[in-house]
Write a protein that binds this ligand. Structure first.
Ligand SMILES: Cc1ncc(COP(=O)(O)O)c(C=O)c1O
Length: 454
């Protein structure tokens, strides 16, 4: 068969694959290596998306490839018919790198499934039905995860009635403070709103869990409550509130975990340990793998047979996960993430001082968001769409996020080099004028205060 082009494959894709599964770029990938991805026509793209925060050690890292290949020769699958060595080894390893006390693991296959598992466990163990989640969060596509998700109403519309017993509190998003306070000058009024829900909406002794992303992903790459000191800050108060009322605190670390923020898990930045931690994405470099991690005494109360998964803890995915963790340790990738994250943010902040529509460059490690607004301070998704398009023309892949798609999320591999960051920065530099062709956007006269999103 002659070499097929992107267009040839796209035609077949459109005919045989369900259109509901949206893809960001109209190219067809053939292979990928490190920070680069190659389409079927041989075009090379610098990939700062990493399969949506999955390929943390870069595409097809040789150690991961070797580990998976070796495992395929030994055992591919045995499900719950017998026990096997690989998920035991992986659970032990996760227990070593997870926050203190979280040393018992349930494994399944995707983030959404793991979110479901966490809520099922919390409801079962506490005997309480209600769950508080946060506005703007994304937790996945299962029906329960959809009910927890409020990143966009688009994710929910058409699927009602959604599972019940779920309430939403405002996320501590300081640039667009949900309660109209000024960052750095507030008294954490957003936390008061959460607390007041117990008086207005739901008795605390009926709440089994509070579920939060310790750094928000899809909803906007938002570091929570940056305008307030971490000590006795939002996350620490959340921990105390849960302890006071016997509520399980669940952290969704699907996007922020496994080194993405420069620590193994984002919770470490806040000095808070959850009761249940949800993991997926970066855990296994692209092999379907996810899970929840909790304390042994809590897991023991989720009794035998109450949950399961045919493929959960698949031996090949476990081998890939163990190899990925090993690469992060052996190659010093947590440190590289911190160093390169700082460097990347400093380069992006150069653009912020030049272009007034860039309202904030924020992040932890290599989980970095750049938010833009129009002259009225409203989120400017159109500008980001153009910027992503201009960068794509120059062979750099970037993703947007946020309610209006008005934020770029930068998700390079954790082993990204300074040269790769410089290359991305120079493509963005070339693309920015074209994306913001309205000259007035270059003026520093417009407001620097972003409006809350209605
Ligand atoms: C924070 C968070 N939770 C859950 C999910 C769902 O994960 P999956 O797509 O593997 O089901 C995602 C996916 O983007 C996520 O970012």
């Amino acid at each position: 068969m002659p070499n097929l082009t992107n267009a040839d494959w796209l035609e077949r894709d459109a005919r045989y694959l369900a259109p509901t599964y949206h893809r960001c770029f109209e190219i067809v990938t053939e292979r990928a290596k490190g920070a680069y991805l190659y389409d079927v026509e041989g075009n090379q793209y610098l990939d700062f998306t990493m399969g949506i925060a999955v390929n943390n050690v870069g595409h097809c890292h040789p150690s991961v490839v070797r580990a998976a290949q070796a495992q395929v020769e030994r055992l591919i699958h045995c499900s719950a018919v017998t026990r096997h060595t690989m998920n035991i080894k992986l659970a032990e390893k996760i227990g070593q790198i997870a926050p203190p006390g979280l040393d018992c693991v349930f494994l399944n296959n995707s983030g959404g499934e793991a979110v479901d598992a966490a809520i099922k466990m919390a409801r079962f163990v506490t005997g309480r039905p209600n769950v508080i989640a946060f506005t703007g969060a994304f937790h996945g596509r299962t029906l329960l995860a959809t009910a927890l998700t409020t990143a966009k109403s688009h994710y929910r519309q058409g699927y009602e009635p959604l599972p019940s017993g779920i309430l939403h509190a405002p996320y501590p998003y300081c640039l667009r403070c949900p309660v109209g306070q000024k960052s750095g000058k507030c008294k954490l009024e957003c936390f008061d709103i959460l607390e007041s829900m117990f008086a207005h909406q739901v008795k605390p002794d009926t709440v089994g869990a509070i579920l939060i992303e310790p750094m928000m992903g899809e909803g906007g790459y938002i570091v929570p409550a940056t305008g307030y000191p971490v000590e006795n800050g939002y996350m620490q108060r959340l921990r105390k509130l849960c302890d006071k009322h016997g509520i399980m605190l669940i952290f969704d670390e699907v996007q922020s975990g496994f080194g993405r923020t420069g620590k193994w898990f984002a919770s470490e930045h806040f000095g808070v340990v959850p009761d249940i931690m949800i993991v997926a994405k970066g855990i296994a470099s692209g092999f379907p793998m996810a899970g929840i991690v909790s304390r042994k005494e809590l897991m023991d109360r989720w009794t035998m047979g109450r949950h399961g998964s045919t493929y959960g803890g698949n031996p090949v995915a476990c081998a890939a996960a163990l190899a990925s963790i090993d690469v992060i340790e052996q190659e010093g990738l947590l440190e590289n993430t911190r160093k390169m994250g700082e460097y990347f943010m400093s380069r992006l902040n150069e653009f912020k001082s030049k272009y007034s529509f860039i309202k904030e460059v924020r992040g932890l490690g290599l989980m970095i968001g750049m938010e833009v607004a129009d002259e009225s301070g409203a989120p400017d998704g159109e500008l980001i769409e153009k910027l992503v398009e201009e960068c794509f023309k120059r062979k750099l892949l970037l993703l947007d996020c946020g309610i209006k798609n008005h934020i770029i999320r930068f998700v390079p591999p954790l082993n990204v080099t300074k040269a790769e960051i410089d290359k991305a920065v120079s493509i963005i530099e070339e693309s920015l004028p074209a994306a913001s062709s309205d000259e007035s956007k270059d003026s520093k006269e417009s407001s620097n205060v972003a409006q809350p999103i209605a």
